[in-house]
Write a protein that binds this ligand. Structure first.
Ligand SMILES: Nc1nc2c(c(=O)[nH]1)N[C@H]1C(S)=C(S)[C@@H](COP(=O)(O)O)O[C@H]1N2
Ligand SMILES: [Mo]
Length: 326
C-alpha cells in the first residue's frame, strides 16, 4: 500500500493550539494508518492503538496547574510563531529549518543521564520525569541574544525538583546540560563549525533558582520537536542560548563547563549571559528588542535588566561585575 507524505497544511493556516493539535492528530493518524496498512478503518485513535509511543508526540495535551511564578501579563506570542521561528542549529541554521527538519528527532524512548559529582550516577526515564511533580503552566519572557523576544506559556516544573532527586555532592558547583546529538539524524549539524553535542551550563545556585524550568511542553501540549522535545531547560533571565534543548545528560561539576556559544566566540557570548541592556553585544545593541508577532508599531521594546526578572534573581550576582562577567 502506498500512502505518500501527509498532505502538509500550510503553517500559515494554523492559528490556534487546537488547530495545531488537529493537524498533528491527522499526521499521526496517517502515519499510524500507513504502518497498519488499514487506512480504511478511519478511526482517529488508530495510530495510538498501533503505536502507544505516538501518544508522547507534539500536540498531546498535558495536565497543568497555573503557577504563581508566571511573571508577565503581556500578550502571548502565537503558537505559530513559537513553533516556526526557532534556533535549533542541529536541524539547520535558518529560523524556519527546525519546524521542517526536527520531525526526525526520535523523542521515545528517552532518558537523561546524571553524572559527575553525585552520590550515584543514575538514569531517569522521560515517563518518570513527567510524573515526578505536577506540571505547571508558566508564562515567561524569552529573549534571544539576537535581540528578538517572545512571550511563551511553558509547561514544566522547577529544575531544582529534579536536581533534588540527583543527590549532588557538596563539591558540585556547576551543572552542565548536553543535548541529543546524532549526526545521522541531525544531518544539518555536521557542516557547521560547532563541536557537538550542544552544551550549556549554569552555576549551581542559578540551576536551583525556582524560575529555572525543566520544560516538557508549551501551550498546554507536549513540546513540538523544534522547541526541544521531549525535555529542555528554560532560564528566563538569560539569553535564549543558555536554554539547552532536547537534553540527554546532566553533569554536576566542580568547575565551570565549556559551553557551545562561549567556545565559538568567547568575546561575544559569556558564560553568564544574563539579559543586560547595559552590555552590548560587540556587533549590536542589547538595549532594545523586537517582539515577534506584534504589529510593527509595537514591536520595538526596551530590554529590561535580567529580562524583567531582576527582583527575583539580581541577588544571585551581588558583588559581581556584570560587565566583566557578561
Ligand atoms: N540543542 C540546542 N539548544 C538550543 C539551541 C540550539 O541551537 N541547539 N538554540 C538556543 C537558542 S539561541 C535559543 S534563542 C533557544 C530557542 O528556543 P525556541 O526555539 O524554543 O524559541 O534555544 C536554545 N537552545
Ligand atoms: Mo538565541
Amino acid at each position: 500500500m502506498l500512502i505518500g507524505k501527509p498532505p502538509d497544511i500550510q503553517s500559515s493556516e494554523i492559528t490556534s493550539p487546537d488547530q495545531y493539535a488537529q493537524y498533528l492528530d491527522r499526521r499521526r493518524f496517517l502515519r499510524g494508518a500507513a504502518a497498519a496498512g488499514a487506512a480504511a478503518l478511519g478511526v482517529a485513535r488508530l495510530a495510538e492503538i498501533f503505536d502507544p509511543g505516538l501518544r508522547a508526540q507534539a500536540g498531546t495535551k498535558l495536565e497543568t496547574v497555573k503557577s504563581p511564578l508566571t511573571t508577565t501579563g503581556e500578550p502571548l506570542t502565537s503558537l505559530e510563531d513559537i513553533t516556526h521561528y526557532n534556533n535549533f542549529y542541529e536541524f539547520g541554521v535558518d529560523k524556519a529549518d527546525p519546524a521542517k527538519n526536527a520531525e526526525a528527532l526520535p523523542t521515545r524512548p528517552w532518558t537523561i543521564r546524571v553524572e559527575g559529582k553525585v552520590k550515584t550516577p543514575k538514569t531517569f526515564d522521560i515517563e518518570a520525569l513527567l510524573k515526578l511533580r505536577r506540571l505547571e503552566e508558566r508564562v515567561y519572557r524569552h529573549r534571544c541574544v539576537e535581540a528578538w523576544s517572545m512571550v511563551i506559556p511553558w509547561v514544566g516544573y522547577s529544575l531544582s525538583e529534579f536536581i533534588d532527586q540527583c543527590d549532588p555532592l557538596p563539591s558540585a558547583k556547576y551543572v552542565q546540560f548536553l543535548s541529543y546529538y546524532d549526526h545521522k539524524v541531525e544531518k544539518w549539524a555536521s557542516g557547521q563549525a560547532i563541536s557537538w553535542p550542544y552544551s550549556e551550563g549554569l552555576r549551581m545556585d542559578e540551576a536551583m533558582h525556582p524560575l529555572t524550568l525543566l520544560t516538557f511542553g508549551l501551550y498546554g501540549q507536549v513540546l513540538p520537536n523544534q522547541n526541544g522535545a521531549p525535555v529542555r531547560i528554560v532560564v528566563p533571565w538569560k539569553y535564549g542560548f543558555k536554554s539547552a534543548k532536547s537534553i540527554v545528560a546532566v553533569r554536576f561539576l566542580e568547575k565551570q563547563p565549556p559551553t557551545t556559544w562561549n567556545d565559538q566566540a568567547a568575546n561575544e557570548y559569556g558564560f553568564y549571559s544574563n539579559v543586560n541592556p547595559n552590555v552590548d553585544h560587540p556587533r549590536w545593541s542589547q538595549k532594545v528588542e523586537r517582539r515577534i508577532g506584534q504589529p510593527f508599531y509595537s514591536q520595538r521594546r526596551t530590554t529590561l535588566m535580567f529580562n524583567g526578572y531582576a527582583d527575583q534573581v539580581a541577588s544571585l550576582y551581588n558583588g559581581m561585575d556584570l560587565k566583566r562577567n557578561f
